[in-house]
Write a protein that binds this ligand. Structure first.
Ligand code: SAM
Length: 276
């Protein structure tokens, strides 16, 4: 693909295009079409089924916002689960929290883990940590077999198609509630309000019927569809908007701050309407 333009069609009539220096690896895995390419301006980039998963240049936004919002909301997150997240970026951020004693990653596709370690080493850097257990398995099955185990669960999955289709269902969220301890918190990436408003509306409705505290927050991710990304958080006890100041530890980040944590929940009117 060298010297060519990679285009992701984000809707039938709209997309993102970026110049590619060279293709590093392509493979049809058991679950999806994996591409790793070097781009002119965004570093190495992981694509799955033609969709941008992560780039070396803007990955920190997504990975910090998936990890630090729930982990600072929970007063003592010791046991954490990441469903999906085979590039390792969320795990890298989880490990910045000293309370975390164990972080389990369950990704259905071992090839994502393998090639992220090879071509995205600074993103996958935490996967070898002694606190981390990596499992190649279906996250839906893992959740179904878990009970009263985790303080925080993060769902860092692909879109609700292919292997991830079950990870956006009410049954999955009910399973997450069962897998969490009685004061547990979960967060899931829930795509963008410009093109996937119906998905966000449905997930918010489903999660509200299961968790007493349900909120939506946003972040700017330039290489994701529309550039505006949403995250749905469901909490059994702790409100992400009521975190005591002393609970925000000083950790190294490039996007997340205590102020961003609070501001991310301030939604434009058209997004607020999706949460009603
Ligand atoms: N940040 C990206 C996004 O928001 O689209 C997701 C990146 S991460 C690489 C997505 C991961 O979800 C992939 O590695 C894929 O293999 C994994 N995945 C998809 N379905 C899964 C399932 N049922 N169980 C576990 N992992 C799954």
């Amino acid at each position: 693909m060298a010297g060519l333009w990679f285009t992701e069609k984000q809707t039938e009539n709209f997309g993102i295009t970026m110049k590619v220096k060279r293709t590093l690896h392509t493979e049809k895995t058991d679950f999806q079409y994996l591409e790793m390419v070097e781009t002119e301006e965004w570093g190495n980039m992981l694509l799955l089924d033609g969709m941008v998963m992560t780039t070396q240049r803007d990955e920190f936004v997504y990975h910090e916002m998936v990890a630090h919002v729930p982990l600072f909301t929970h007063p003592n997150p010791e046991n954490v689960l990441v469903v999906g997240g085979g590039d390792g970026g969320v795990i890298r951020e989880v490990l910045k929290h000293p309370n975390v004693k164990k972080a389990t990653l369950v990704d259905i596709d071992g090839k994502v883990i393998e090639y992220s370690k090879k071509y995205l080493p600074e993103i996958a850097s935490g996967l070898e940590d002694e606190r981390v257990e990596v499992k190649v398995d279906d996250g839906f099955m893992h959740i179904a077999q878990s009970e009263n185990e985790y303080d925080v669960i993060m769902v860092d999955s692909t879109e609700p198609v292919g292997p991830a289709v079950n990870l956006f269902t009410k049954g999955f969220y009910a399973g997450i509630s069962k897998a969490l301890k009685e004061d547990g918190i979960f967060v899931a990436q829930t795509d963008n309000p410009w093109f996937k408003a119906d998905l966000i509306r449905k997930v918010q409705k489903d999660v509200k019927e299961i968790f007493p505290i349900t909120r939506l927050y946003l972040a700017n991710i330039p290489t994701y569809p529309s550039g505006l990304w949403s995250f749905t958080i469901g909490s059994k006890k702790y409100d992400p908007l009521a975190v005591p100041d002393e609970q925000f530890l000083d950790i190294e980040t490039k996007y997340y701050t205590k102020e961003i944590h609070k501001a991310a929940f301030v939604l434009p009117k058209f997004v607020q309407d999706l949460t009603k």
